[in-house]
Ligand binder design. Structure first.
Ligand SMILES: Nc1nc2c(c(=O)[nH]1)N[C@H]1C(S)=C(S)[C@@H](COP(=O)(O)OP(=O)(O)OC[C@H]3O[C@@H](n4cnc5c(=O)[nH]c(N)nc54)[C@H](O)[C@@H]3O)O[C@H]1N2
Ligand SMILES: Nc1nc2c(c(=O)[nH]1)N[C@H]1C(S)=C(S)[C@@H](COP(=O)(O)OP(=O)(O)OC[C@H]3O[C@@H](n4cnc5c(=O)[nH]c(N)nc54)[C@H](O)[C@@H]3O)O[C@H]1N2
Ligand SMILES: [Mo]
Length: 767
């Protein structure tokens, strides 16, 4: 465990076991057990009354958007409440009755807290007053809001250049907060706006932007009703997007087929018992996956290539497998793609991906005669060195089949955080957008910087090397979410000031800069009022629909300030008088912020009116088959190389995944129910043959070691669990394994850390 020079902080926290119990993996998702678990978490954290009112307001038209994932709400939400088990856990976590106040911080030093697990830290409760950790001190102490704003302003003014500031955003912030934050950062003078997207769907954004001209998906929720085939690749919806299972259920009921592509056979994709239907509770549920392709980690390109090759062969025979009219009218690069495919041997591709040929043939038969195809994906495709190519290969398949711009077909990158897509749309990005800068100048009268900013991995590097000195986070848990935990810890600890605008205590508050501030904010579910009048804000879901979200629960404390007002407070203190933007006034008036969003960003016309009710879709060129912004005005086929992994005899490819009981770095509990793993997070899933080869037994203790550029990184103490996973592949949970991911190894073009394909060797721990 590493320590800071001044404070004796445990960066990684305890590495001890909590008492593993194993069961067979579940055979279906949701059903009664999910309702029971949901209510247990909710009642425990919030009490019965708050739970019931909270859960019934979630994802309803006049209620608040679930703080969990970004899956869209149906037009007619269920009367029983439109939430899932993990949405209920997300709400329980936010609306907990427990509080972290000044007495808590007086009692526990940051040194002591750093020895708690993330689970314990998270369970301590809601942050309720602004706190400061002074240089040489190990206890946070209260500070007034005004003093906190002044401190941030002072530290920002001391920087040699605005580029020494880093302004991170996690994806839970509203459009209004994110827009104001982006505006302030640009007015301050930098584009250093790393965000959680950099670690998440950045590869999707880059690939879709280059091939289809928009970095977002093209399908709408109702497309699932009509789809003939839905492919779910590298995604675990049963755990991470449970409400997506209802959409898959509808697809199945209408005769659609579901193909899953995943090294694991995730329970959530096998069978679904919809807890919001009587038959879902009492009957056997709906079987979801028709064909499961158990691909090896990071061999999706090999698999998609062999599928395309086999389809091409069929097409040569009949000329009716590919949509030649669509290809001619809307695409560029078809001949090159076919030629490129020719250089690969089917046999080699099949060997590489590790999937049985008979199953591949079944999939090819299914796809050959159908064109209403949706491809869904998430982190299993994006977090690899070739993350961008993984997604381009999916686009190739859709273009060949003409599966875009028609009902029941299209791209569906399933987003993570509930407003991560909206934050991007309204201006959170490290790239320069000349169009955005121009509208900012026109609307606000200042010139935004035109130098590229730093993304997450480069921000870490800059802080580590002393080239950035103030770190401000609008939500998130940067230390634990980012790669290379010990390197990232040094980066944060090097800073003169770290500021976290947060709802809950997390490890980033402990592994802090010389001075550190915690600025507590309202959660999504809480009533946000100004002068006795409730305010609402807007969010954008995974399918590009913008709608309102209005909290209604009593806030955790009277001393919480909304995110826009915190940003306004900092901006006001920094600029004092004499800036063209009236920061304070703007930050208090969300209607005014929305008017400004409307002026600055395309597609938001009449936002104050249109965001009410079920909301509206933002423009999406793919839905209209308008590729005019791309070369030749056409959608682009891509020739993608195969990924390269040269593993030594004793090495494995590790994927770092989520358990059923966590939201990113927030640990709800210690069970991974669908995978049958209970009361333990320090586990590694391994194929039984691999275990036998290494003479490992169930629950043997191992360390994982990664070696990149001559530097060894180690994650210690994991219990071996035999599991149905391809040979040569292992899986373990993040954030515990982030210590293994080298900060400087990331996806080409998108810079997303390689969290799903880390080369590791194992050390057996002898007792
Ligand atoms: N309850 C809950 N909901 C969440 C979150 C949460 O932590 N908890 N996180 C939110 C966020 S920010 C995000 S981004 C999403 C994440 O949602 P997911 O992407 O579903 O999350 P992961 O657990 O990272 O799962 C990745 C899946 O990809 C598979 N996989 C890994 N490597 C490969 C590969 O090389 N090829 C293929 N085909 N599959 C692979 C894994 O087996 C796993 O099933 O969920 C969001 N929703
Ligand atoms: N190894 C590995 N690493 C990964 C991943 C992986 O699959 N493997 N996944 C990556 C992905 S997809 C993502 S998106 C990132 C996530 O990275 P982050 O978004 O940085 O992390 P979270 O754990 O979601 O952040 C949780 C914290 O957000 C704060 N919070 C919660 N709600 C609110 C709110 O409404 N407002 C404010 N201001 N704060 C709030 C709370 O204080 C809570 O502790 O992690 C990435 N890291
Ligand atoms: Mo994410």
């Amino acid at each position: 465990m590493s320590t800071t020079k001044k404070r004796n902080i445990s960066v990684l926290g305890p590495e001890t076991f909590t008492g593993i119990k194993l069961q067979e993996p579940a055979e279906y998702a949701a059903g009664l057990p999910a309702v029971k678990v949901a209510l247990t978490h909710a009642f425990k954290e919030m009490g019965v009354v708050k739970s019931v009112s909270g859960l019934f307001q979630m994802n309803q038209k006049d209620g608040f958007d679930c703080p969990g994932c970004a899956w869209p709400d149906p037009e007619k939400p269920s009367k029983l409440g439109e939430y899932c088990e993990n949405g209920a856990k997300a709400l329980a976590e936010e609306a907990t009755n427990k509080k972290v106040d000044k007495d808590f911080f007086a009692k526990y030093s940051v040194e002591e807290l750093s020895n708690w697990s993330d689970y314990q830290i998270g369970k301590s409760g809601r942050l309720i007053e602004p706190m400061v950790l002074k240089p040489d001190s190990i206890h946070y102490e209260p500070i007034s809001w005004e003093k906190a704003y002044e401190l941030v302003a002072k530290k920002l003014k001391e920087l040699n250049t605005p580029d020494e500031g880093i302004f991170y955003t996690s994806g839970r912030s509203s459009n209004e907060a994110a827009f104001l934050y982006g505006l302030f950062v640009r007015a301050f003078g930098t584009n250093n706006m790393p965000d959680c997207s950099n670690m998440c769907h950045e590869s999707s954004g880059v690939a879709l932007g280059e091939t289809l001209g928009i970095g977002k998906g093209s399908v709408k929720l109702e497309d699932f009703d009509q789809a003939e085939v839905v492919m779910v690749i590298g995604q675990n919806p049963g755990t991470n997007h449970p409400r997506m299972l209802s959409a898959l259920q509808k697809c199945k009921e209408n005769g659609g087929k579901i193909i899953s592509v995943n090294p694991l056979e995730e329970a959530g994709l096998i069978r679904f018992k919809n807890p919001q239907e009587v038959k879902g509770v009492f009957a056997s549920g709906t079987s979801l996956t028709d064909i499961h392709l158990q691909v090896k980690i990071n061999q999706d390109v090999s698999l998609l290539k062999v599928i395309q090759k086999k389809l091409a062969t069929l097409d040569q025979e009949n000329k009716d497998v590919f949509d030649h009219q669509f290809i001619a009218a809307y695409t560029s690069g078809y001949d090159e793609l076919l030629k490129d495919l020719e250089q690969y041997s089917e046999k080699e591709l099949i060997e590489l991906c590790g999937v049985e040929e008979s199953l591949i043939d079944e999939v090819v038969q299914l796809l050959a005669r159908r064109s209403k195809i949706i491809i869904c994906w998430a982190m299993g495709l994006t977090q690899h060195k070739n993350g961008v190519n993984n997604i381009k290969e999916c686009v190739n398949l859709l273009l060949l089949k003409g599966s875009l711009g028609k009902p029941g077909a299209g791209t569906c990158p399933v987003r993570g955080h509930s407003n991560v897509q909206g934050d991007r749309t309204v201006g959170i990005m490290h790239h320069v957008s000349p169009a955005l800068n121009e509208s900012i100048e026109k609307t606000f009268g200042f010139t935004a910087p035109d130098k590229e900013g730093l993304d997450t991995v480069h921000a870490i590097e800059a802080m580590n090397k002393g080239n950035a000195k103030v770190f401000i986070a609008l939500g998130g848990n940067f230390l634990s979410a980012a790669s290379d935990t010990e390197f990232t810890a040094e980066a944060l600890q090097n800073c003169e000031l770290t500021v976290n605008i947060s709802t809950k205590l997390n490890r980033t508050h402990l592994v802090a800069g010389k001075t550190s501030l915690i600025l507590p904010t309202l959660g999504r579910s809480e009533l946000d009022q100004k002068d006795g009048k409730p305010r609402y804000f807007t969010v954008e879901n995974s399918m590009g629909k913008v709608h309102q979200s209005k909290g209604m629960l009593q806030p955790a404390s009277d001393n919480l300030v909304s995110e826009p007002e915190i940003i306004g407070g900092i901006a006001n203190a920094y600029f004092s008088e004499g800036h063209p933007v009236q920061w304070k006034q703007l930050s208090e008036d969300y209607e005014l912020i929305r008017k400004k969003i409307e002026e600055v960003i395309k597609g938001f016309d009449n936002l104050n009116v249109r965001s009410k009710g079920s909301g509206f879709y933002l423009p999406n060129n793919v839905r209209n088959l308008d590729f005019s912004k791309l070369p030749e005005g056409k959608a682009q086929f891509s020739c993608c190389d195969l990924p390269e992994h040269t593993l030594k005899e004793d090495e494995f490819l590790l994927m770092t995944i989520r358990s059923h009981d966590q939201f990113n770095t927030t640990i709800y509990g210690l069970d991974d129910r669908y995978r049958g793993i209970y009361n333990e997070r320090r586990i590694v899933l391994m194929n039984i043959q691999d275990m036998n080869k290494r003479e490992l037994k169930k629950f043997d203790v191992i360390n994982m070691v990664s070696l990149y550029d001559g530097k060894e990184r180690k994650a210690s103490n994991f219990l071996v669990v035999p599991y149905n996973i391809p040979q040569g592949n292992i899986a373990a949970y993040f954030p515990e394994t982030n210590v293994l991911v080298p900060y400087n190894h990331y996806a080409d073009k998108s810079n997303t850390p390689i969290s799903k394909s880390i080369v590791v060797s194992l050390e057996v721990v002898l007792f």
